[in-house]
Design a binder for this molecule. Structure first.
Ligand code: UD1
Ligand code: CA
Length: 465
């Protein structure tokens, strides 16, 4: 049977009190609507229609061509929202999954199980429900004496008895597609919010003698609908636990999962150890046997097997296998370390490539540079890549040695195996194998230190008389 999906994402999300449209708020680094669309894809839906309204352009720009779109110009309710997909899906035979764009924790496996129940029982609708100790804010699932779902009542329309019901509507459903669009035509907006509720379809089906199923999930996190920042923080916590658990089961040691923040989609190899305070952001791929943290912030970067990153920031960079970064290093975008490199304390790299075995051990800035293999860049040495107007490139050949406190004024090339003496400020290229020195010659004046002290003392005595 054909499977389709409708994702509701047109609301502004007033309760978020945000400039950002609700469904674009990230949970563990991925916008909520992105999580929902992943689920729909995993549940092998042939088509996915996203209902957009507030921030339509932004939502479309984020999701791109992975979905079809229907515009809901005015947000007249969830039923009205689904109706906007009629032109695209109204005539299709099959099952339609409807998911809200603000329920990022729904699992694909749950949707699959729900679909199975739905299709096997020939239901017109199946609702994903959950039992909350505090159901405040959610629609209540009202069951009949025989235990079957009769209808869903929104919080604002509840009688005291209905409000006391703990089973809630998670906002995820399976529908017989044809019957869904037929029933939506009969939904009215006579309720406390004056909206066309999708949930009213359930009651309509029941009165028409259709089969309606309730599929209750025991994972309460799955049911969170993010309407405000309190729920957003809850969703973040639950998603974080879920992500960390997957890594733990995959063979990663996380010393303290409560204080380790790994975003959706991050890949970590087995036997890597992640220490507390680490933030591993989307797009990061970490190899096996690495040591990450304490306090590493790594964004969209690749960390090779056996590498270590401690107390450091790494963004859009590559750290080769067996390399060590930190403590207190800053790898800005475009840094690429080969194998077995060492980047030590208070070193900043930007748009710089280092060949295998090269070392920048302390207090350096290496920017817009191409550095060869086995190069040693001494303490305090810097590439002077910016003259206030333009950026220029520094090239350093294999096996070169750059002494401490050297300024390499770019554009400049230091040849293979060259030796730059400490304290030099270089403005010209150094050929391979040469030694370069560019500093004042030292002059020692014998006994002069005692002489100036005596002179100063005499001056002071004259002054105090
Ligand atoms: C909805 C359900 C409620 C359920 C809860 C689960 C209805 C009437 N109520 O309530 O039973 O317990 O979700 O989280 O369906 N949207 C549109 N267009 C609209 C209105 C909403 O696209 O006109 C979208 C929103 O962007 C959001 C989703 O639909 O992603 C749900 O809307 P929201 O206003 O958050 O509904 P709830 O009050 O949470
Ligand atoms: Ca909601």
């Amino acid at each position: 049977m054909a499977r389709m999906a409708i994702v509701l994402a047109a609301g502004q999300g007033k309760r978020m009190k945000s400039k950002l449209y609700k469904v674009l708020h990230p949970v563990c680094g991925k916008p909520m609507v992105g999580h929902v669309l992943d689920v729909v894809r995993e549940a092998s839906c042939e088509r996915a229609v996203v209902i957009v309204g507030h921030g339509a352009e932004k939502v479309k720009a984020y999701l791109g061509e992975s979905a079809e779109y229907a515009l809901q110009e005015q947000q007249l309710g969830t039923g009205h929202a689904v109706l906007q997909a009629k032109e695209l899906l109204g005539e299709a035979e099959g099952t339609t999954i409807v998911v809200c764009g603000d329920t990022p924790l729904v699992r694909a496996s749950t949707v699959e199980a729900m679909l199975k129940l739905h299709e096997e029982s020939g239901a017109a609708a199946t609702v994903l429900t959950a039992s909350f100790a505090d159901p405040t804010g959610y629609g209540r699932v009202i069951r009949g004496e025989d235990g079957t779902v009769q209808r869903i009542v929104e919080q604002k329309d509840c009688s005291p008895e209905e409000a006391a019901v703990n089973e809630i509507n998670t906002g995820t459903y399976c529908f017989d597609n044809r019957k869904l669009f037929e029933a939506l035509g009969n939904v009215k907006n006579e309720n406390a919010q004056g909206e066309y509720y999708l949930t009213d379809v359930i009651g309509l089906f029941k009165s028409a003698g259709e089969v309606v199923q309730g599929y209750c999930t025991s994972d309460l996190a799955e049911a969170i609908g993010v309407n405000d920042r309190v729920a957003l923080a809850d969703a973040e916590r639950f998603m974080r636990e879920r992500i960390n658990r997957e890594h733990l089961l995959g063979g990663v040691t996380i010393i303290d999962p409560q204080s380790t923040y790994i975003e959706a989609g991050v890949v970590i190899g087995a036997d890597t150890v992640v220490y507390p305070g680490s933030v591993l952001r989307a797009g990061t791929v970490i190899g096996e046997d690495c040591v990450i943290g304490p306090n590493a912030e790594i964004t969209a970067s690749e960390i090779g097997d056996g590498a270590a990153v401690k107390y450091s920031v790494v963004a859009e960079s590559v750290v080769g296998a067996e390399s060590a970064v930190g403590p207190y290093a800053n790898l800005r975008p475009g840094s690429k370390l080969g194998r077995g490199c060492k980047i030590g304390d208070f070193v900043e790299l930007k748009n710089a490539t280092l060949g295998d075995g090269s070392k920048v051990s302390h207090l350096s800035y290496v920017g817009d540079a191409v550095v060869g293999k086995d190069v040693n860049i001494g303490c305090g040495a810097i590439t002077v890549n910016y003259d206030g107007f333009n950026k220029a490139v520094t090239e350093i050949g294999d096996g070169a040695f750059v002494g401490s406190n050297v300024n390499l004024i770019a554009p400049i090339k230091i040849g293979d195996g060259a030796y730059v003496v400490a304290g030099s400020t270089l403005t010209q290229d150094v050929p391979a194998g040469d030694l370069s020195i560019a500093r004042e010659r030292q002059v020692n004046k014998p006994g002069y230190a005692d002489k100036i002290r005596a002179r100063a003392k005499a001056k002071k005595e004259r002054g105090s008389k």
